[in-house]
Design a protein around this ligand. Structure first.
Ligand SMILES: [Zn+2]
Length: 217
């Protein structure tokens, strides 16, 4: 009987230890573990039950805001193996950020107390490729021009063009850091939260061929 009790305690301990999303886990580590499950082909699909949906009816407390591309190959909940209520998601082609997106991100930080923002770029990004192909001089007068203008409106991207060393890989990285710098310096909300260490703001790159996310810590 005593042994049975011991096994019961041990099983309970291991079960807690193996939980996909222990609440005391660092939010970046939580994303890394979820991404590893995804890569291994063993997603646990946490927080996708009807119970979870009902638990969230009165409010949400996402542990991360992911700013990512609208690209259909980069759905954050699948890439990080998360569920309802876990990720506050802001997505535009090329993860460009204007006032409307900033308002959404500020809402997540200020009102939902989200303590981590990840700017998630990805390999083979079509929006960045269009920018690179046009060498920063997109001619068409459609609304995609606004996306191109944003991508090109950053020091590193201008330097790459000026030094004739613009490549898709370099431009994708530059576009990630463009957003990271923009968010860290955005007043009045995000800069204050970032410099007082209430929120972390980091970049990451998703490889659409392997599924791996590399964080720029
Ligand atoms: Zn993209």
């Amino acid at each position: 009987m005593k042994n049975l009790f011991f096994l019961f305690i041990l099983f309970g301990f291991l079960n807690v230890f193996n939980q996909e999303n222990p609440i005391n886990l660092d939010p970046i580590e939580r994303l890394e573990r979820g991404n590893q499950r995804f890569i291994d082909g063993k997603p646990s699909h946490p927080n996708e039950t009807a119970l979870r949906i009902r638990q969230l009816k009165d409010g949400q407390r996402p542990f991360v805001t992911v700013v990512s591309c609208s690209d259909s190959r980069v759905p954050p909940e699948l890439v990080f193996d998360q569920g309802f209520g876990d990720i506050f998601s802001v997505r535009t082609a090329g993860h460009v950020i204007d006032d409307l997106e900033l308002g959404s991100i500020e809402y997540a930080v200020e009102h939902l107390h989200c303590s981590l923002i990840v700017v998630l770029g990805h390999t083979h990004c079509g929006a960045v490729k269009a920018f690179v192909d046009s060498k920063g001089d997109y001619k068409h007068m459609d609304h995609l021009k606004s996306v191109m203008d944003f991508i090109g409106n950053e020091v590193e991207e201008k330097r790459l063009i000026a030094s004739d060393s613009l490549s898709l890989e370099k431009a994708i990285d530059a576009n990630i850091f463009h957003d990271v710098h923009l968010l860290r310096s955005s007043t009045p909300i995000l800069a204050d939260h970032y410099y007082s260490k209430k929120v972390q703001i980091i970049g990451a790159l998703y490889d659409i061929e392997t599924g791996k996310v590399r964080f720029y810590k």
